[in-house]
Design a protein around this ligand. Structure first.
Ligand code: NAP
Length: 436
């Protein structure tokens, strides 16, 4: 019987699916001790701090994570930061293999003048702010303006636009961060404009998310019918329209055709416009856009300009991974070949491997294929004792699975009293206390 010990760094979907893949590879002769290390006091990664609070169904995948975590041979080490509490070289020495599953949490920048003004922020700050990430509680989100602009035509932009445009009472029975919910209730925003730089046929939204938009009870969603008709013509002129593009265009057309109820709150989709400057004295006041056009499927910027007055602009144009000391890094990702990091016993899964693409479920097959490589590369087991003693000697307080279960129950019972699935704690000390 061979017993291998594997460290997985990052307790998000990619990390849990890597653990699940390893568990599935076990036989009577092959066992894995899996130690999952996470810098936050809580696990679940984007399921906790990324998924929009009005999408509770997506979060039910956490039940799968808890099943993985309570299987034999799994240990959780939350509140332990790689690079601070423990070094990559130490993990590669102790464990038979190290799996990096740290995701991408740095928002890409627009790189235009005025981007540093107050009222200009990235979805990489706004999303964890409304999701109670302990490091983003104090993000300055000025909502004292009637108009907000969201840049990007992906699902994150849609989440951000929806969160700004919906009636906040819809969020009362959700796990939205308490500090964010209070501010959203006071928000003066009534109009949200979302801008894609290419056409509707190029949008990165997915159809199920688009199809939900007309169900917003207190918000009118505007998509120009002509924009979609033009996009369909352009897409068809290039040959057979791919299934996902067709389905997206159909969903956008259905939103466009939905009668508007005349709500005060509205979310408006615009295409073929790139922000080129953010204007304002002390904070965002206006955004200047360049008009783009499409010729033979290619997008060009024209000399036409227009501006939109707004006090808030949030860019949702993709993410990059933070470099990890001791792990090769390039173009916002860990340098890897099919998840293998050259000349090491390091592997990478999820967004840190392939960039910020795909839905939560995408990580399942992705992690499974990398764990097949890991298994194929295994040699003589190291039979090491893991990191518990090392952390104790360093005075690092880690949150184990049972500590997390205590913290989780405390959040859930705090929520039950207010008719919410949970109230997320944000203060690290308080979290350690509840974790026991
Ligand atoms: P994304 O899907 O890659 O979309 C990024 C958007 O930003 C694209 O429209 C892109 O336009 C645009 N963009 C990039 N650079 C730009 C620039 N300089 N100026 C203007 N626009 C720019 O990324 P995401 O929205 O961050 O989502 C990441 C992943 O998470 C995606 O796979 C997404 O589906 C997933 N996700 C899923 C859900 C869900 O299932 N409910 C929710 C949230 C996120 P171009 O196409 O022109 O580059």
């Amino acid at each position: 019987m061979k017993n291998y010990s594997i460290a997985i760094v990052g307790a998000g979907p990619a990390g849990y699916f890597a653990a699940q893949a390893l568990q599935n590879l076990q036989t009577d002769d092959l066992k894995f001790q899996i130690d999952m290390i996470e810098k936050l006091p809580t696990p679940w990664g984007l399921v906790r701090s990324g998924v929009a609070p009005d999408h509770p169904k997506i979060k039910t995948v956490s039940k799968v994570f808890e099943k993985i975590a309570t299987s034999e041979g799994f240990q959780l080490f939350c509140n332990v930061e790689l690079g601070k509490d423990i070094k990559t070289e130490e993990l590669t020495e102790i464990y038979d293999a190290v799996v990096i599953a740290t995701g991408s949490d740095k928002g890409k920048k627009l790189g235009i003048p005025g981007e540093n003004l107050r009222g200009s922020l990235s979805a990489a700050e706004f999303v964890p702010w409304y999701n109670a990430h302990p490091d983003y509680v104090n993000v300055d989100v000025p909502l004292d303006t009637d108009t907000a602009i969201v840049i990007g035509a992906g699902n994150v932009a849609m989440d951000v636009g929806r969160m700004l445009a919906l009636e906040p009472k819809v969020l009362d029975p959700t796990d939205t961060a308490t500090h964010a919910l209070e501010k959203l209730h006071e928000s003066k925003i009534r109009t949200v404009h979302l801008f894609g730089r290419r056409g509707p046929e190029h949008a990165a939204f997915t159809a199920p998310e688009l199809r939900e938009l007309p169900k917003l009870e207190h918000t009118d969603v505007e998509i120009g019918e002509c924009d979609i008709e033009d996009a369909i013509k352009r897409a068809e002129a290039l040959g057979e329209v791919p299934k996902d593009v067709r389905s997206n265009l159909d969903a956008m057309m259905s939103v466009a055709k939905t009668p508007k109820a005349g709500h005060e709150r509205n979310l408006n989709f615009h295409f073929l416009a790139s922000p080129i400057e953010i204007k304002g004295k002390d904070r965002v006041e206006e955004v200047v856009f360049a008009v783009n056009k499409i010729e033979n499927g290619k997008v060009f910027q024209t000399d036409d300009r227009y501006s939109v007055k707004a006090g808030l602009i949030i860019s949702a144009i993709g993410y990059e991974s933070e470099p990890i000391p001791g792990v090769p890094y390039e173009n916002g990702k860990v340098v890897n070949s099919e998840g293998r990091v050259a000349n090491s016993n390091i592997y990478v899964v999820g967004w840190a491997k392939r960039g910020p693409s795909g839905v939560i479920g995408t990580n399942k097959s992705d992690a499974a294929s990398v764990m097949d490589h890991l298994k194929a590369d295994l040699r003589t087991p190291k039979n090491n004792e893991g990191i518990t003693k090392l952390l104790k000697d360093r005075g690092v307080i880690h949150i184990s699975q049972s500590n997390w279960e205590a913290l989780n129950s405390a959040e859930v019972s705090a929520g039950t009293q207010s008719g919410k699935p949970r109230i997320k704690f944000t203060d690290r000390k308080e979290m350690l206390g509840f974790a026991g």
